[in-house]
Design a protein around this ligand. Sequence first.
Ligand SMILES: O=P(O)(O)OC[C@H]1O[C@H](O)[C@H](O)[C@@H](O)[C@@H]1O
Ligand SMILES: [Fe+2]
Length: 192
Amino acid sequence: MIQKKLANATMFDLKTGLSKEETTKQRRLSDMAKMFNDTEALQAKIEAGNDSLVYEYYELDLPKTDGDIQYGTSIVYPGTVGGEYYMTKGHFHKILETGEVYFCISGEGYMLMENPEGEWEIEKLVPGRAVQVPPRYAHRSINTGKEPLVTFFAFRADAGHDYGTIETKGYRKLVVEKDGKPEIIDNPKWQQ
Ligand SMILES: O=P(O)(O)OC[C@H]1O[C@H](O)[C@H](O)[C@@H](O)[C@@H]1O
Ligand SMILES: [Fe+2]
């Protein structure tokens, strides 16, 4: 009898977060045009030929029904742009009521979250710590350490990604390096 393949299984390295079996989607500084607050510092780095990899993540080829779970790892590399730590773009889910779970495997940083009602939350990511992003909250992971920040995530597979709101309005808060330590500040460019 031929066993029907029901579950998708993948190996991820616990230090690097990478999988030998799959390819990542990568975002470099040049893909982050509207994301970092200091657009001039970003432009200067790119023009100096320093288009470094900011983060990569997996989008496994899984079915996208409401009953399926999309999962994978996300790896944010260490670095700053104009004092702002390297981070993911961040997004709302198109199905806004969808939450997501992140489990930190390696590195350190924060999960920054905000909802359309104006509430915001920030949770520390350290190895072994799990964070649930509640429904309605946009979420962005930020690497405040010196090593790659590796998280494992899982969410309802049909939730979708809405980047437009973040690109136009930005986040209410930024996480910047001040005297070598992370500090949460108001985003001076945030638009109502
Ligand atoms: O989608 P971004 O904000 O660019 O972040 C990249 C990826 O990070 C996370 O790991 C999410 O779970 C993914 O769904 C997301 O696509
Ligand atoms: Fe998400």
